[in-house]
Design a protein around this ligand. Structure first.
Ligand code: 147
Length: 683
């Protein structure tokens, strides 16, 4: 059972793990000769500091996480954040909710209205607290995708009134501190949307004057290119002072001379967004190394942190791991977690990258290596990846053709590290075409002889050579089996704390939160948004909240609905067979049963109400609870209002969706209350 396979009589060692042993590398001495390709690691001229690997919770990607049974929830959080256990993430970036759709749902704003301020909404606060509990050093970074309408001061543009927008962002940062003792390390501008230099400078000034004991650094501009931010920084001294870090999205591992000339740290502040199978893991391994090797980037953040949204929403499973089944407790620890561990369990923010050509470089026969040195220059970590092109494509940008071949390499340590006699080894090989993967395997040590290490690298492999030791592959047992969304399903919302979002209702437009009332209804779910927000998506229609399973076809839904008179919506609905969410929500189709006080009822085939299936004038009152029932069964749509049959029509036929989520919501931005949701199969 060899972990060390002597390829030829002399020298080159291939770490060949077998699947069932504990894998101690039995360091064989007497190395000479070695790989034809020699990589020199020089650590005397260190410049750029590694600033950590992060995960991004935004666009409602963590929606379903909070509702996991406590045991599994803790296990999942450990895989993400607990040092020396799993991904051991060093940075957590979160959305500053803006009451608007931001990819897989809407995240609530801390200020729905100018007169409103609330730090109990959503799940980002909770997530940050859980991350900090596990790693008090984790760095926090926040960024808005969208803004409530009032932020634009009568324009749909957060740059229109810089002081107003900055005070809104500063409040979020102060609230984090005041209510959760969380210190924001970094703050961004507006995700993938235009910035104004004026706003960035105003934000810098207001952060500095906000009485924070440590004001966050500004990252700009979280957009898809290095321009115009790099040129703007070069041309404007005051802007250069305000911006601490240039953060770019999906850089394809490259940067520009202008970006380098700014002298700022360069980050890939959003990257990955790839399905988390082994190809996704290959993508992540390649960009984690090559964002530095090719593009000088010293931090890379994964969108998303964890795929905790209904799988049929956009960008299914584009997270480091998957937890989208809270009702069963089932989750998956996907390979990107162990790819992350290859760096994060052996190097920390503040360490230095060895410069390109002196320990960080592309490998001659494909792949790359980076060398990281501790702040005091006593520890060395070398991360190597050899991901082939077809096994490491990311969602974007296009990946040019390249070859990776098995190769023998020699790594020559110079200076202080030349005296090492061995280094610890962790190893992964991503399996394809039915082959098993080996993930984050402890291989013991590899000999260093005369400062030289010989390695025989295969394809789609990772090695972490390190002096620090440790490295632990956390393992939580008892992952429950996956089950479909349970039926019958009932929620009277009484178990929630006020201002929370109902757990399984994945809001796509609008913000729905638990409000305590003194009526016999007790807790209700209230749609809170009064005015169309400053969208992140191209457009939004009516507040829209989905739940359940897209395989549902014949289904029964029951819901109590109340529409008042002050700031109220004009109508409200329950729906079935709903086929869309995310930025496409405006075009969602299904069967929608609406009531409009003072008007009557309609049944439509879409959320936007362009496909009317039935209409009837009827006396419906404001300030009154109605029980709405929608049954889709055997080719019929049946609606009841206060237990009275009001609609019986043929169900729309294909191409109208024949299956989909259940949904509820309001006809326009405005208040409505919902209670006693029941979903059952149609029998
Ligand atoms: C990014 C967003 O910033 C994320 O919130 C999330 O939506 C992510 C999903 O992949 O995508 O936005 C992008 C949308 C489109 C492109 C790039 C980023 N694009 O077409 O190049």
């Amino acid at each position: 059972v060899g972990f060390v396979n002597v390829l030829n009589a002399s020298t080159v060692y291939k770490v060949v793990p077998t699947r069932n042993e504990a894998g101690r590398y039995n360091g064989i001495g007497g190395l000479s000769g070695g790989g034809k390709d020699v990589y020199v690691v020089k650590t005397d001229n260190l410049e750029r500091r590694f600033l950590g690997i992060g995960g991004l919770s935004a666009g409602a990607t963590s929606k379903l996480l909070m509702n996991y049974p406590e045991e599994q929830r803790n296990q999942i959080l450990d895989y993400l954040f607990k040092p020396g256990f799993g991904a051991s993430l060093q940075m957590l970036k979160v959305e500053i909710g803006g009451d608007a759709q931001s990819t897989d749902g809407t995240e609530a704003s801390h200020m729905h209205y100018p007169w409103d301020e609330n730090y109990q909404r959503g799940y980002e606060w909770w997530l940050m607290v859980e991350a900090k509990k596990r790693n008090s050093d984790i760095l926090l970074y926040c960024l808005p995708w969208a803004f409530p309408a009032w932020i634009g001061a009568r324009k749909r543009d957060p740059s229109n009134d810089p002081e107003l927008t900055a005070s809104y962002v500063v409040k979020f940062i102060q609230g984090a501190r005041k209510y959760y003792n969380l210190t924001m390390d970094y703050v961004g501008i507006w995700n993938e949307r235009p910035y104004s230099s004026k706003y960035i400078k105003t934000l810098r000034q207001m952060l500095d004057e906000a009485g924070l004991d440590r004001a966050p650094k500004i990252v700009a501009s979280d957009d898809l290119g290095w321009e115009p931010i790099a040129s703007d920084i070069l041309a404007d001294e005051e802007l250069a002072k305000a911006v601490d870090i240039i953060g770019v999205h999906y850089p394809g591992t490259t940067t520009t001379q202008k970006a380098i000339d700014t002298g700022k740290p360069l980050w890939s502040s959003e990257d990955y967004s790839s399905f988390n199978d082994n190809v996704g893991a290959g993508c992540w391994a390649r960009i984690l190394n090559q964002n530095y090797v090719n593009g000088y980037m010293t931090s890379t953040i994964s969108w998303n942190l964890i795929a905790s949204y209904y799988e049929d929403l956009p960008y299914a499973r584009d997270g480091l791991m998957t937890a989208d089944s809270p009702w069963s407790g089932y989750y998956r620890v996907d390979a990107p977690i162990w790819v992350t561990a290859h760096t994060t369990q052996f190097a920390w923010p503040g360490w230095y990258y060895a410069p390109q050509g002196s320990g960080s470089s592309l490998l001659k026969d494909g792949g790359s290596m980076v060398s990281l040195v501790s702040w005091d220059s006593t520890q060395l970590t070398i991360v190597i990846e050899t991901m082939s092109r077809n096994h490491s494509m990311c969602i974007r940008p296009y990946l040019p053709e390249y070859e990776v071949r098995p190769q023998n390499i020699s790594i020559q340590l110079q200076g202080y590290f030349a005296q090492l006699t061995s280094m610890f080894v962790h190893y992964s090989k991503l399996g394809f075409d039915g082959e098993d993967s080996i993930l984050f395997k402890d291989m013991g040590t590899i000999p260093v002889v005369n400062g030289t290490i010989h390695l025989s690298l295969g394809v789609d492999e990772m090695y972490t050579l390190n002096t620090i030791g440790g490295g632990r592959k956390g393992n939580s047992s008892n992952i429950p089996p996956q089950k479909p969304f349970p039926l019958p399903y009932m929620d009277d919302f009484e178990s929630y704390q006020e201002f929370m979002e109902p757990f399984n209702l994945a809001q796509q437009v609008g913000a729905f939160e638990i409000i305590k009332t003194t009526s016999s209804h007790g807790n209700v779910v209230r749609q809170m948004v009064l005015e169309a927000p400053i969208f992140w998506c191209e457009k939004e229609t009516s507040p829209f909240n989905i739940i359940g399973n897209t395989s549902w076809s014949d289904i029964y839904v029951e819901l109590d609905v109340y529409i008042g008179t002050v700031n109220a919506t004009s109508g409200a609905y329950v729906a079935a067979r709903v086929n869309k969410g995310g930025c496409e929500s405006f075009s969602a189709e299904g069967v929608f049963f609406f009531i409009f006080p003072g008007q009557g009822i309609i049944v439509t085939g879409d959320l936007a109400r362009t496909k009317e299936l039935y209409k009837q004038d009827m006396n419906i009152s404001t300030n009154t609870w109605y029980k709405m029932e929608l049954l889709v069964k055997d080719g019929q749509v049946i609606c009841l209002l206060n237990s009275k049959l009001v609609v019986r029509i043929a169900a729309p036929v294909s191409p109208a969706p024949q299956n989909g989520f259940v949904a509820l919501g309001t006809a326009d931005f405005g208040l409505a209350d919902f209670d006693n949701l029941k979903i059952a199969d149609s029998t």
